[in-house]
Design a binder for this molecule. Structure first.
Ligand code: R7I
Ligand code: MG
Ligand code: MG
Length: 386
């Protein structure tokens, strides 16, 4: 009987497991991730809450606006801060997140609950969230087919429908990269396992090599940001990231696409004049809804905003805020590129750099913190078990 129950749990993993919630700004934890004095717990929180912050801020500008100057995004960012400050008993969570955050929760919460990747459980979360979603979640145009197909047989063969997308070539949308932030936290310190899981979860919806490698590259970028002490050389960071991808991915097709994009990232970093949205797009990174245009864009935004002098208009903000505002401004797919840049920057700077007013205003902040802390607790338990 016990064996049967365990088997059912592993197949479906529907039982909730206990999650201990750490305090926000819990910097008294002993495990420090870098000499900058940011705790690993803070970096875990920064990665997930950073992704939600970017999604919430960027969602206002998704597609309607096109690539644009920083000014309107700065105005929106500051207006909201003032609004929250002027509220007495303020309403919380009034800025909506989109599908990027929905799927991050679906994947991450399943990992915490099951303590392993259970494809059927993740697919069920994807489907149930999608079917219950209000219209402002703005899911990708083609991904709904997968949820409808997997639901038909109660998510039993969760990998099959994704293979049929786009006449059998699979989607190269950025959807499996935009939700990947829990993966580097789940397998922190193990790039091979990070790549394996990023790829595996991608195949639930995105089987095209460009989609799979986009998810792996974004996961590796978060891990590298989390583990690098004070990035002094952005170009070396970009180069090493591409080498990491080449070393750990088992999907070797079309890797040259990412090689080419990362070379453009380096060229833009080295540009002598301030890099504007049109430089990024004309330079060859379209910042759109596809993985190979969005992931390199997010990495670029993080690296370019490390130096406050690069964009004088944004120099009054901290590095994480600079990365997210800049990503929302220069991108066509503003919510997604800002969310991915927010995850990378959050993993580097930690939760302390996310403005409390925005944490309060973003829908899903509490849930994001709970998810980050659940992943952190798993990491600590795994470390102690070794
Ligand atoms: O990737 P996906 O989940 O979409 C995510 C995006 C993010 O910006 C979210 O914020 C949300 O707004 O949507 O959804 P998919 O439907 O798999 O892919 C998104 C789009 O990428 C598709 O609708 C296509 O326009 C494009 N695309 C492709 N086009 C041609 N050929 C993806 N794969 C292909 C392809 O193989
Ligand atoms: Mg979205
Ligand atoms: Mg988007």
């Amino acid at each position: 009987m016990i064996v049967l129950l365990v088997a059912i749990f592993h197949l479906q993993c529907r039982n909730p497991s206990e999650i201990i919630i750490l305090d926000i700004y819990s910097n008294n934890d002993s495990e420090m991730a870098s000499s900058q004095g940011v705790s690993l717990a803070s970096k875990f929180q920064g990665a997930i809450v950073g992704a939600v912050f970017g999604d919430c801020l960027g969602a206002k500008f998704e597609y309607f606006w096109g690539p644009m100057p920083n000014k309107p995004v700065v105005k929106y960012y500051e207006t909201l801060i003032n609004e929250v400050r002027s509220q007495k008993d303020g309403e919380k969570g009034f800025v909506f997140y989109t599908d990027d955050t929905c799927m991050t929760f679906d994947l991450g919460e399943s990992l915490v609950k099951c303590k392993e990747f259970v494809p059927r459980d993740v697919a069920r979360n994807f489907g149930e969230t999608y079917f219950a979603a209000p219209s402002q979640r703005y899911y990708g145009a083609n991904v709904g087919f997968i949820f409808r197909s997997t639901k038909v047989n109660d998510y039993r063969n969760p990998f099959n429908p994704a293979k049929e997308q786009f006449n059998g070539s699979g989607s190269y949308g950025n959807g499996s990269a935009m939700r990947v932030s829990p993966v580097p936290l789940f397998h922190h310190k193990d790039k091979v396992k990070i790549a394996e899981l990023a790829s595996h979860q991608s195949k639930l919806t995105h089987t095209n090599p460009k989609g799979i490698n986009g998810a792996i590259l974004q996961a590796l970028a978060i891990e590298k940001a989390m583990t690098t002490e004070g990035i002094r050389d952005s170009v070396a960071f970009a180069r090493e990231l591409m080498t990491d991808l080449e070393n750990v991915t088992t999907t070797k097709e079309e890797l040259d696409v990412y090689d080419e994009k990362m070379k453009i990232v380096i060229k833009l970093i080295e540009q002598k004049t301030e890099v504007k949205a049109e430089d990024v797009i004309n330079g060859g990174i379209k910042t759109d809804v596809t993985a190979h245009e969005a992931v390199p864009a997010a990495i670029f935004c993080f690296l370019y905003t490390l130096n406050e002098k690069n964009i004088p208009e944004l120099s009054k903000f901290n590095g994480l805020v600079r990365a997210v505002i800049y990503a929302a401004a220069i991108s066509l797919d503003s919510d997604t590129v800002a969310s991915m840049a927010g995850a990378i920057a959050g993993a580097y700077y930690g939760i302390e750099m996310i403005p409390p007013e925005w944490i309060e205003a973003c829908e899903g902040s509490d849930r994001a913190l709970k998810l980050a802390d659940g992943l952190y607790k798993l990491h600590k338990n795994n470390k102690e078990a070794v």
